[in-house]
Design a protein around this ligand. Structure first.
Ligand code: ZN
Length: 211
């Protein structure tokens, strides 16, 4: 059997210095675009798609931003620019709240806590959560569609954290049912993660919870 498929690759086109909102000091950045490549046995062989999704990646913290971050100048009263990963994490968490169609205050509190834990104490307020939920409903977003759109902006570590976030929401009621585990595995596929990789991530999480 021959294994073939496609995989998005980031290619560097420029570099320079910028004020990284995440590192909070001046750092080197790399400007990159994403292109789909044809893969054979998981090895990229040749490019097939157009060059798209230009972005800025901090070489220090690996966070990814839109191009306009180059002009970002920190001001004491301005709120920090969010990385694409933080935006994605917020949206995925809200999509999980909406998965069972019901939104209750306990779920909102839980999501706020999970976000804080995964981002080392960044806040995700009830107000913000309600705003995003409203937006998701209006745009009729699904987890799949949304992640396909933001996938180029997520590095490997971010993809793992998104899977962890989904798992934490799904298991908040004490167990992971078949439908929930299917959703987690499906998301992993969209994020171009192998099932072995995901199982490793979830096992690590389980071990942390036991300790
Ligand atoms: Zn940085």
């Amino acid at each position: 059997m021959i294994f073939f498929g496609t995989k998005g690759r980031s290619i560097k086109i420029d570099s320079g210095k910028f004020h990284c909102p995440s590192c909070k000091v001046e750092k080197e950045y790399e400007k990159k675009y994403v292109q789909d490549w044809f893969t054979l046995y998981f090895i990229p062989v040749f490019p097939i798609g157009s060059k798209k999704n230009e972005h800025i990646e901090c070489t220090e913290c690996k966070d990814i931003y839109h191009l306009d971050v180059i002009d970002y100048q920190p001001a004491p009263d301005a709120s920090a620019i969010e990385s694409e990963y933080e935006k994605a994490l917020k949206n995925v968490l809200c999509l999980m709240i909406l998965a069972d169609e019901e939104v209750d205050i306990a779920e909102i509190k839980m999501v706020s806590n999970i976000f804080e834990n995964l981002t080392k104490n960044k806040k995700f307020s009830e107000n913000q959560i309600n705003k995003i939920i409203k937006n998701i409903k209006q745009e009729n977003l699904t987890v799949d569609d949304y992640l396909k759109k933001v996938r180029p902006y997520l590095n490997d570590g971010h993809r793992e954290l998104i899977i962890k976030a989904m798992y934490l929401v799904a298991t908040a009621d004490g167990h992971l049912d078949d439908k929930e585990s299917e959703l987690v595995m499906q998301t992993a596929t969209v994020l171009e993660m192998t099932s072995a990789h995901v199982k490793g991530v979830l096992l690590e999480l389980d071990n942390q919870n036991k300790n």
